[in-house]
Write a protein that binds this ligand. Structure first.
Ligand SMILES: [Zn+2]
Length: 83
């Protein structure tokens, strides 16, 4: 079996992250790949927004690239007063 992102199992194996962006609602929903049929075709699948019902835009990215996203949630350090 070739490793490919054309199936859900392949996406999991490649450590990809699948998210769907609904522009009208400005929502990003992450698809839980574990809940998808492993042999199912992951190409050309359209997820619909659960709020407005419009087809969302698929965003597939490697998980390792997440750290490169500038909008990180770094912990806000409490200001150390002296010491
Ligand atoms: Zn929507």
């Amino acid at each position: 079996m070739t490793l490919s992102n054309s199936t859900w199992a392949g996406m999991i194996a490649m450590n990809l992250r699948y998210r769907v962006h609904c522009e009208p609602c400005d929502r990003i929903v992450e698809i839980d790949l574990q809940n998808m049929p492993p042999d199912g075709n992951a190409i050309g699948v359209t997820f619909r927004c659960s709020q407005c019902g419009r087809p969302g835009r698929s965003i597939v990215a490697p998980r390792s690239a997440e750290r490169a996203v500038p909008r990180n949630r770094s912990k806000v350090n409490a200001t150390h007063a002296g010491a």
